[in-house]
Design a protein around this ligand. Sequence first.
Ligand code: SF4
Ligand code: MG
Length: 282
Amino acid sequence: MSTIQDFQTERATWCPGCGDFGVLNAMQKAAVNLGLEPEQVVIVSGIGCSGKMSQHFGGYGLHSLHGRSLPTAQAVKLANRSLTVLAAGGDGDGYGIGMGHFIHAIRRNVDITYVVMDNHIYGLTTGQASPTSDVGSRTKTSPHGSVEEPIVPLQLALAQNCGFVAQGFSGNIKQLTSLIERAILHRGFSLVNVFSPCVTFNKVQTYEFYKRHLVNLDDDPDYNPNDRITALHRVAKAQNIVTGLIYEDPERASFDQTVYGYPDTPIAANNWVLSREDTAEI
Ligand code: SF4
Ligand code: MG
């Protein structure tokens, strides 16, 4: 049985208090709770403060290019489907340069989990407006306030019929751990967007802000996370300041189920290898 220590590496280099520590901790706990061993897990990251996740999480790590964690993670999963594959990124990395990959990964539905540390700013480059910065956000690149509408990742994912959509908060590790566990267990592309405060460059979306305003849908007995239209309405009504399992479609077939057609066979017994006939056709 693995322990948290098995998933720890060198001391993380994020600023003291950075929300990404909480995300790392939740990912480690989720892996232990699911009985995974470090050699069974691969973390693929992009560029940014979030990109350090592939070094700090004690499984296999692949630090890829800016915005390219998703195509890389999908390739890893398709090359060895017995692995648990997570992609880690930030709002700049994932919803800026990587946005095209995000939408197409949802369409393709390869069985990976995408954890996005959303702090509404570019942290590593010291504080510029990001794709999720609110209108009016004052940053180094928007000194008079951002004038662009922010991207709302949950609404985008829901509109594209993503099979698993969740949102967590670095200040609630227990809930975030549970959401990551469920995302890993979901067979298909899973999004876990995480409000992960940048304590150095974002003085608005702070831990205190989220503690005051977040609505936890997991605590709402009337909320049905299997109804996509309700989910869209609820996220819009709460102006995206929600946490919990937002939506899951357990019936949506993943890429490997659709293409390889062995939904009930254990994944490890199922690794797909090109035959001579297949390669001749290619
Ligand atoms: Fe975290 Fe912000 Fe520091 Fe980056 S700059 S490590 S996001 S607190
Ligand atoms: Mg960011």
